[in-house]
Design a protein around this ligand. Structure first.
Ligand code: PAF
Length: 289
């Protein structure tokens, strides 16, 4: 496994892959890797000859300085995991390399950046779009894999890729879950054992409850949302939002929509959990994912 600590080193290796006509798949990460990240790597291995992973705690996507400072950095352990998975190249740039003094350009994806996660975390999606665009320009992969757990991020990246003509196939990978149903996330490490095992799984269970209610024909989305928020708050969460949206464009869901997504975010202690479930009303029961 090759480590590239700066842009020049990365470019040299990528040029080599291209000159050998090898296809490449890229998995960008913030590090602190878990099985969810490794499932993205495996998805990448299904499609390309060479797998490139970046580990970069991107300062511009953190809306709170304390959150950036506290974000767990576990690079040595991450590199062991990536080597075991057979990753070819890991890009580990410094913040100075990615954002040299004076850097001022930003990528904005209008509309989608301001709702849901963007509403709760101002500036977050501008930071994500900017770093992903920079990484795409540097790596120039054929494919790039993103987790469906961050549904809105995946949608934003697809929009940006299409609008800026990167020519990269964006692949979504299913959310990896703990056996309790809790979506895997580096932020789960902020939970204590009781929160993680007994309380946090109720968040996913609530999204499932909404999904099944919709599949049973309940179209009173506002009431489903507020019932869930009240329940979660009684269980010790501080719900940020629970929303039923159109899965194509994240607009507020109407009773006529067939492709829906139930998205949620809730604080539990020091962890901000996010999760989502898609609901396809058109498909026969049990085949809606
Ligand atoms: O999802 C993440 O881990 C980050 O937002 C990403 C895509 C690596 C950009 O920093």
């Amino acid at each position: 496994m090759i480590l590239a600590n700066d842009k020049d080193a990365l470019r040299v290796v990528m040029r080599g892959y291209r000159s050998n006509a090898e296809t490449t798949a890229f998995v960008p990460t913030l590090g602190n890797l878990h099985d969810g990240h490794l499932s993205l790597v495996r998805k990448a291995q299904d499609v390309a000859d060479r797998i490139v992973v970046s580990i970069f705690v991107n300062p511009t996507q953190f809306d709170k300085a304390a959150d950036l400072a506290d974000y767990p950095r576990t690079t040595d352990k991450d590199l062991v995991l990536l080597k075991e998975e057979g990753v070819d190249l890991v890009f580990l740039p410094s913040a100075e390399d990615m954002y040299p003094v004076g850097s001022a350009a930003r990528v904005e994806v209008d509309g989608i950046s301001d709702i849901l996660e963007g509403d709760s975390r101002p500036g977050h999606f501008s930071g994500v779009a900017t770093i992903v665009a920079k990484l795409f320009n540097l790596v120039q992969p054929d494919y790039s894999v993103f987790g469906e757990k961050d549904f809105q991020q995946l949608m934003l990246v697809k929009r940006m890729e299409a609008d800026l003509d990167f020519g990269i196939e964006i692949i979504g990978a299913p959310t990896a879950r703990e056996s309790s149903g809790l979506a895997m996330s580096s932020r789960n490490n902020y939970l204590n054992t009781k929160q993680r095992n007994d309380i946090a799984p109720k968040f996913h269970a609530e999204l499932q409850k909404i999904k099944y209610a919709i599949l049973e024909g309940n179209k009173d989305f506002l009431s489903l949302q507020s019932t869930s928020i009240n329940y979660l708050n009684q269980q010790g969460f501080k719900a940020d939002y629970i929303e039923v949206r159109n899965a194509e464009d994240l607009s507020v869901a109407s009773a006529e929509d067939k492709d829906l997504v139930v998205l949620g975010s809730a604080w539990l202690g020091k962890a901000r959990l996010i999760d989502n479930l898609t609901v396809n009303i058109g498909l026969p029961k049990g085949e809606d994912g």
